[in-house]
Design a protein around this ligand. Structure first.
Ligand SMILES: NC(=O)c1ccc[n+]([C@@H]2O[C@H](COP(=O)([O-])OP(=O)(O)OC[C@H]3O[C@@H](n4cnc5c(N)ncnc54)[C@H](OP(=O)(O)O)[C@@H]3O)[C@@H](O)[C@H]2O)c1
Length: 255
């Protein structure tokens, strides 16, 4: 038995995609959801429910990081855990969000990367794109990146450079028609870029619509969602999967 912890958790696509994968792969397992009010209880609850693995979503990723018996891989640097796996009675924490994004853009050929936004997702992605530049609406959240030596700009300071891959990690466009940066900046960026990727899924954002007008190759956040799921499934099953084939199964049920 596997499940996802979150609050709220009813919107999560994880049960749909992982149950479909189990069915298609003839694996006799099931995946549920658990609305967890108090994040401090996450590991006790995991053990009490005697589950083999779990995903963790907002707002419990930091709790899972803090409380897991052991944290492995990039989760240690990110400070957030989205996947928990039982191993010899211990609960091990991992993060497949940022590695999932990297896997989703594997076929792209890029050198320079611009991350728009400076929140939790941008922090995680900056660990898998250590040479990326950061562009954010306001100053406050940029300090984290500057401390790590990443070139970071507010809209006002930004002198448009040329980047191959532009990533929107802001929530602009999620439930409105906003762009994550002023249109004149985006237009100049897109005129020189090759790829634009959004982390928002379920819709084509104004950011991606504009990128398409400049003939960029684009991806929505669905690819990131799918590949974080594929990497989590590898951890759940304790074996490597054909990532592309597994992703196709997830896309089949999510598209
Ligand atoms: N596809 C996936 O699997 C996946 C995984 C994780 C997250 N996500 C998505 O990622 C998005 C961001 O999540 P998060 O947790 O990183 O958010 P967050 O920590 O709240 O950060 C939000 C960032 O967006 C900026 N921002 C918000 N509204 C903006 C606007 N209208 N114009 C310009 N900038 C704006 C903020 O700028 P300021 O600093 O100026 O406030 C901040 O840098 C959400 O839409 C979430 O659904 C997707």
């Amino acid at each position: 038995m596997f499940l996802i912890f979150g609050n709220p958790v009813s919107h999560s696509k994880s049960p749909l995609m992982h149950n479909y994968f189990f069915k298609k792969s003839n694996i006799k397992e099931c995946y549920g959801r658990y609305k967890l009010e108090n994040g401090e209880e996450i590991i006790d609850k995991f053990k009490e429910l005697k589950i083999k693995g779990a995903n963790v979503t907002v707002p419990h990723k930091e709790h899972a990081f803090k409380l897991a018996d052991e944290v492995r891989g990039i989760a240690k640097e990110i400070g957030a855990v989205n996947t928990l796996v039982e191993e010899n009675g211990k609960v091990i924490g991992y993060n497949t969000d940022a590695p999932g994004f990297l896997e989703a853009v594997k076929e792209f050929e890029y050198e320079s990367v611009l991350i728009i936004g400076a929140g939790g997702t941008a922090k995680a992605l900056s660990l898998v794109f250590p040479n990326a530049h950061i562009l954010n609406r306001s100053e406050g959240r940029l300090q984290y990146f500057r401390n790590k030596g990443l070139k970071s700009f507010t809209w006002d300071e930004f002198k448009t450079n040329s980047y191959d891959l532009i990533i929107n990690t802001t929530s602009a466009g999620l439930s409105d028609d906003n762009y994550p940066a002023p249109q004149n900046i985006l237009k100049e960026l897109f005129s020189k870029a090759k790829y634009a990727v959004d982390v928002i899924y379920g819709k084509e954002t104004p950011f991606l619509k504009l990128a398409k007008q400049y003939n960029l190759k684009t991806k929505t956040g669905l690819d990131m969602l799918v590949y974080q799921g594929v990497l989590a499934m590898e951890l759940f099953l304790g074996k490597e999967l054909d990532k592309k084939k597994t992703a196709e199964i997830y896309f089949e049920i999510l598209r």
